[in-house]
Ligand binder design. Sequence first.
Ligand code: FSO
Ligand code: SF4
Length: 549
Amino acid sequence: MFCHQCQETAQNRGCDKMQGVCGKKSDVANLQDLFIWTLKGISFWGNMATQKDLYNEEAAFFIAKGLFMTITNADFSKDHFVQKINQAIKHRETVKKQLLEKTKVSGDLPDYAVWTPANDNDILAKAESGTGGWLEIENEDIRSLKATILYGLKGMSAYLEHGYQIVKDGEEIFKFIMEALSVIADQNAAQDDLISYVMKTGEYGVKAMAYLDEANSHYGDTEISEVNLGVGANPGILISGHDLVDLEELLEQTKDQQVDIYTHSEMLPAHYRPFFKKYDHLRGNYGNSWYLQKDELKSFNGPALFTSNCLVPPDADKMDRIFTTGAVGFEGLAYIPDREPGGHKDFGPIIDMAKKCDAPAAIESGKIVGGFGHKQVLKLADKIIEAIKAGKIKRFIVMAGCDGRHKSRSYYTEVAKELPKDTVILTAGCAKYRYNKLDLGDIDGIPRVLDAGQCNDSYSLAVIALELQKAFKMADINDLPISFDIAWYEQKAVLVLLALLHLGVKGIRLGPTLPGFLSPNIADFIIKSFELKGITNAKEDVQAMMAGK
Ligand code: FSO
Ligand code: SF4
């Protein structure tokens, strides 16, 4: 195996032993590489087909969902990937047939466009041979650019998969994924073309984030809300991940069942959406960010449902209490199958289990406040602009992104503490758990931490910046009193970074480390072109940010 897609990759170079730092085993990693290789096969035909007005929506969604499954801490199941590779070949053949009925394709066909396994053993053998792995690409700069595009596409696919459950459509962005996958697959792709696709991935990243923002508004726009951190007397189900449709169906199916629902990690911002407020048994948020789930599950006492990443490989004695669905999977854990068109998922097994469990033990009490998506913040725009003009708010610090296991991430807590009292932190994603329970106070009633929501809601932070730019009639977004100090872990954060670069944001700090998948030359190119920086220590970085550097 060789996987270097996340911030915790071994030695910031790549996981290449029997198991990755995240717990992904080498056989699964190799199957994921082969699966993406077969998705390139669908894209090879699909990209040509869309140019002939033969867009196959089912195949395009299959590709996006497939990429989402390979994101860090999503699907660890060998069986799932074998099944998916078989399905990918079927989709490829359908798309190919549709195209060949309309036009002829000449020239040599690449292996990924034609390979058909005789059986599952064939798939396992091909995966073990390393087919589709990064080390097949010798030139490290080409490998680095292709990895940047692919990881951005994985993040984009996560946003699309969630949005598509709610609104369908999204054709333009699904087509881009096929186009970009075809470019990554092309062995002759030139460095300059790949650089332009890195930027295009950021451009489509903004579109994908806007698409999901619009889709999620089906549940109402985020509004200022207090979220309970304590527990009730009923047994509970803990729901984690980012999928709001799953949450809705779980809430419906647990109505009047004397079972409470608690959000975990990235599901916390669901409390900010008006739609979910009608469910009294949506009791509150339990616990913190994803990497603490094992300990928090012990005291929760009831079952947990993972609707998307981040799943940590569970302890053997907790396997029966963890359920997966959507793009998540793990050998030995129960998997709730997808909904049929027009139907819903059946959460019966998890509800039955919850009823037999004790109520959660309290680990916290009190409330936290969030819900500052772009529409809510724009309602406060006059107040904020007044505070900026009066010098009461000197600077905004965007500290969005992901949390992670490494101790070095205490940097973000220290930055939050170190920042002067006339600064406001804009956040989204699980990175906020590093400081969202500190008492940082407010500025004339505006909280010093404005939480827009999930990492998926990072779009809000870009919209807020663009609106402030308009309000202050500034020609350049970089003239605003905003600093970006982003924490990254997995591939949605890669997409958010590319989206910010596309929007022209310069001088972003990215930590705790710069991505290991950037070769020295490509890292140098990005650092020079966009003034991207690593982090140093909280004191020095706060001083620099306050000086606009
Ligand atoms: Fe965090 Fe995990 Fe939301 Fe990520 S829970 S790390 S960027 O998957 O998705 O913020
Ligand atoms: Fe390693 Fe991250 Fe890949 Fe897991 S996802 S194998 S930790 S690089």
